[in-house]
Design a protein around this ligand. Structure first.
Ligand code: PEP
Ligand code: MN
Length: 339
């Protein structure tokens, strides 16, 4: 159930209601919105619990949460969340762009990419240092050296660094360098990893699993939220289907569908979603048109030399043109693309 508090309820009063919830064996999560504060009380409740909380002086009303994803559900918060990392703003009316190579390869590569991305007005820099590769014989990433190069690029440009964490053992290390943690598609249901990033307060981009349903996707997000980290960004990155023309099938209906289900921001990854560089500009525009909160795009100073995901990687010039085309779409529809 959610306990909706009256406007301007003091922190002391919120704390005392939280204690009361916990004393009944329920888990309490305070969700602060701009319009209202609610306490989500999660767990098996005894008869009469709703009536008891409804009768408290500071409580406006008590409503059951129907969705299985309690904290992620739109009905819990009734307004869209905005997640920020440095100048990157995703959600709550702001559309942000994150770009960069699939993998960090060298100082020259990441610095050239970062400087160019900064000039386009995008606010996030992506780059994998720990890489989940299908083959154990493929490049596995520069690991901590890659994280250091990302931090160097951030120090010079101010871009927010987005990078993947693959195991619970690396959460502290990656948090030392990253502004946003990425949970890759292959780890979407690695529940211990989700809980470990949930214990941090670093924003998390959670990528949809290759064959995950929307409910599984939202319940994976719930694992992070349940640990107290409410800075979760969902990412549609394409799913496996019978179609083999594109690397994955990119279902853009996910975006408006999730807007009806959750307050969490939803971004689109057209790079992994299609696997084909020539499709990235149009699928980026289409994602903006359906109302996504951001894009994450693979770009490289020389895509033909990219050590991973070369076929889906666009050049810096094509990226610049893509940003301009997205801006035209955003402006014509009244969306606030922050570039
Ligand atoms: C990536 O972002 O480079 C990546 C490996 O993504 P995904 O987990 O979506 O395949
Ligand atoms: Mn990649």
């Amino acid at each position: 159930m959610i306990i909706v508090l009256k406007p301007n309820t003091s922190e002391i009063k919120i704390d005392s209601i939280v204690q009361r919830v916990e004393s009944m064996g329920l888990k309490a999560q305070v969700i602060l919105g701009t319009k209202r504060t609610v306490i989500a009380a999660i767990g098996e409740k005894k008869e009469g619990t709703e009536e008891l909380f409804s009768s408290l002086k500071d409580v406006e009303k008590v409503v059951p949460i129907l969705a299985s994803y309690k904290i992620a559900s739109y009905e819990t918060k009734l307004e869209y969340s905005q997640i920020t990392a440095r100048d990157l703003k995703i959600g709550g009316g702001q559309v942000g762009i994150i770009a960069g190579p699939c993998s960090v390869e060298s100082e020259d590569q990441i610095m050239e990419a970062a400087r160019f991305i900064k000039k386009t007005g995008a606010k996030g820099l992506r780059g994998g240092a720990f890489k989940p590769r299908t083959s154990p014989y493929s490049f596995q990433g520069l690991k901590e050296e890659g994280l250091k190069l990302l931090a160097q690029a951030r120090d010079e440009t101010g871009l927010a660094v987005v990078t993947e964490v693959m195991t619970t053992d690396h959460v502290d290390l990656v948090c030392k360098y990253a502004d946003v943690l990425q949970i890759g598609a292959r780890n979407m249901q690695n529940y211990h990893l989700l809980q470990a990033v949930g214990e941090t307060d670093t924003p998390v981009i959670l990528k949809r699993g290759l064959s995950a349903t929307i409910d599984e996707f939202l319940l994976a997000a719930e694992y992070i939220l349940d640990q107290g980290n409410h800075n979760v960004i969902l990412c549609e990155r394409g799913i496996r289907s019978f179609e083999t023309h594109t690397r994955f099938t990119l279902p853009l209906a996910t975006v408006p569908y999730l807007k009806e289900r959750t307050h969490l921001p939803i971004i689109v990854d057209p790079s992994h979603g299609t696997g084909i560089a020539s499709l990235i500009p149009s699928m980026s525009q289409a994602s903006i048109a359906v109302g996504c909160d951001g894009l994450i795009i693979e770009v490289h100073p020389d895509p033909s030399k990219a050590v991973s995901d070369a076929a889906q990687t666009i050049s810096l010039e094509v990226f610049e043109e893509t940003v301009q085309r997205c801006l035209l779409v955003a402006n014509s529809l009244g969306y606030n693309l922050d570039v």
